[in-house]
Each structure stands twice: as structure tokens, then as C-alpha cells.
Design a protein around this ligand. Structure first.
Ligand SMILES: Nc1ncnc2c1ncn2[C@@H]1O[C@H](COP(=O)(O)OP(=O)(O)OP(=O)(O)O)[C@@H](O)[C@H]1O
Ligand SMILES: [Mg+2]
Length: 251
């Protein structure tokens, strides 16, 4: 039995403007499991980012509950939410947001210093850079690196605190296809090592890396399939399966 890491019950999120309401998430009850690489898919404006932020303390739902790692995050204050974001989970975004005046290594190490001893964090950073093939980028500034290299540094930064869950919102959205592949290879690799990942994307190639695919439409999860482990040799077949699944859900 897989362990539950997030469980929502009747999760709702609405934006009210004037008399009319935009009901983005409508009574969503869904469970996410440890070790999975879960993908959230859906058309633009369907609420993928809203769902991701609502389950990760980044945004406040307007109804229902969200149990994140054993705690109902709809009932906690900003201080506890910040603690969770610093120590329990991490986030990567389409816009990479590395600090321009720091080297790659400093960008990764600094958030680590908040949670661990300097020496241990420095060792962890070196390990992450070595395993991500980034050692030769360590002392470069973001402007001297490609988009793909920067995003891999951002993933290293997200992992330096050993988060229980890595959330990602379109992490390959701003990258060319070869950089995207490198970032996806990295995410596949860390997931194989046990990292739980929940990723929003609308790219089929990125979708194919997940082992579970949720489809969001009209405020509901209208599709939920579980696939086997990603195998690069079966990439084409997998992308075709996903394409059919998405077509059935009027993507
Ligand atoms: N802060 C906000 N205030 C008002 N409406 C918002 C706000 N944030 C999002 N929305 C609305 O919520 C809906 C869902 O937005 P969301 O960003 O979650 O969609 P998405 O599926 O991530 O889209 P995309 O693929 O374009 O990133 C949209 O109709 C959007 O206009
Ligand atoms: Mg979005």
C-alpha cells in the first residue's frame, strides 16, 4: 500500500468579482501518494496552478480541507505555512528566479543554511551538483548559464532541504526541447531515487514522465490514470497512450 502524502476533501477555490463568481476548483477530493510522479494536466485556465498552490500552502482554498503530510493546511497560520515551505516541501516554477548576483552554488546553498549546518549543506550541494552533472557550473552566475542549466540548478536548490514533496509548475515551459529533455531526465532520475513529485504541465513529453496522470476540467478531476514506470525505450508508445487519454477527455 502506498502512503498518502496529500488528501483533499471537497476542495473549492472561487474568485468573486462583483456579483459573479469564478468557481475554479469545485469540490475536489483526491489523494496523492508517496513516491509517485503525479502529473496535473488540463487546458489553459482550467485551474492547474490553482490546484497545485492550494495543496502546497501557496494559496488559500475557499472551501474544503487539504491534509498535507498529516496536517490540515486550511487551518494553519502563515508562520506554520512558511515552516512547511522551508522544511517539508519545495517548489519549482516556469520562471526560474535564481538570484542573479549569486553563483549557482550559492543559490543552492543559501536556502539550505536555513535548515541545516553549513558544513553539511555544503557537502550536500557538492553531491547534488555532481549527480546533476553541474559541477563545472558551480561558480557561474545565472546569466552565464543556459536556461536548462539554470532550471537544473533551481531543482538542486529545491532539493537541498530534502523536501518530502517537490511541486513543479510547468518547469519546462520556458525551455527549448533539448533543455526540457535534460530537466525531465533529471526529474525522472530523482523520482526513481524515491522523490515524490507533483508537476503541472501541458506538454505530452513532460506528461509521459509521470506514473499517474490527473486531468482537470471544469473545476473537476475528470480523468485519473496510473501508468507503469517510465521507460525511455517505450517513450513513443507511452506518449501515444497519453495522447489518446487526453483526447478522450476533450483536451
Ligand atoms: N488571483 C486571481 N484572481 C482572480 N482570478 C484568478 C486568479 N488566479 C487565477 N485566476 C483564475 O482562475 C482560473 C484558473 O487559473 P490557473 O492559473 O489555475 O489556470 P491554469 O490551468 O494553471 O492555466 P495555465 O495553463 O494558463 O497556466 C482562471 O480563470 C484564472 O483567470
Ligand atoms: Mg498555470
Amino acid at each position: 500500500m502506498k502512503k498518502c502524502i496529500i488528501q483533499t476533501k471537497d476542495l473549492c477555490k472561487s474568485y468573486i468579482n462583483g456579483k459573479s463568481g469564478n468557481h475554479v476548483l469545485k469540490n475536489i477530493s483526491v489523494t496523492f501518494y508517496e513516491g509517485d510522479f503525479t502529473i496535473i494536466m488540463g487546458s489553459s485556465g482550467s485551474g492547474k496552478s490553482t490546484l497545485l498552490y492550494s495543496i502546497s500552502t501557496m494559496d488559500k482554498p475557499t472551501g474544503g480541507s487539504v491534509n498535507l503530510l498529516g496536517q490540515d493546511i486550511t487551518k494553519i497560520g502563515e508562520q506554520e505555512a512558511a515552516r512547511i515551505r522551508n522544511k517539508e516541501i519545495s517548489m519549482v516554477f516556469q520562471s526560474i528566479n535564481l538570484l542573479p548576483d549569486l553563483t549557482a552554488k550559492e543559490n543552492v546553498a543559501y536556502p539550505g543554511y536555513r535548515v541545516g549546518k553549513k558544513q553539511e549543506i555544503n557537502e550536500k550541494v557538492d553531491e547534488l551538483f555532481a549527480s546533476f552533472g553541474l559541477t563545472d557550473q558551480s561558480n557561474k552566475h545565472p546569466a552565464e548559464m543556459s536556461g536548462g542549466q539554470q532550471q537544473r540548478v533551481a531543482i538542486a536548490r529545491a532539493l537541498v532541504t530534502s523536501p518530502k514533496i517537490l511541486f513543479a509548475d510547468e518547469p519546462t515551459g520556458a525551455l527549448n526541447s533539448s533543455s526540457s529533455e535534460q530537466v525531465l531526465d533529471l526529474m525522472t532520475e530523482i523520482n526513481e531515487q524515491g522523490q515524490s513529485i507533483i508537476m503541472v504541465t501541458h506538454d505530452i513529453k513532460a506528461c509521459a514522465r509521470g506514473n499517474r496522470l490527473l486531468f482537470l476540467s471544469d473545476g473537476h478531476i475528470t480523468g485519473d490514470i496510473t501508468l507503469g514506470k517510465y521507460n525511455p525505450e517505450e517513450k513513443k508508445e507511452r506518449e501515444e497512450t497519453i495522447f489518446q487519454f487526453l483526447k478522450e477527455h476533450n483536451w
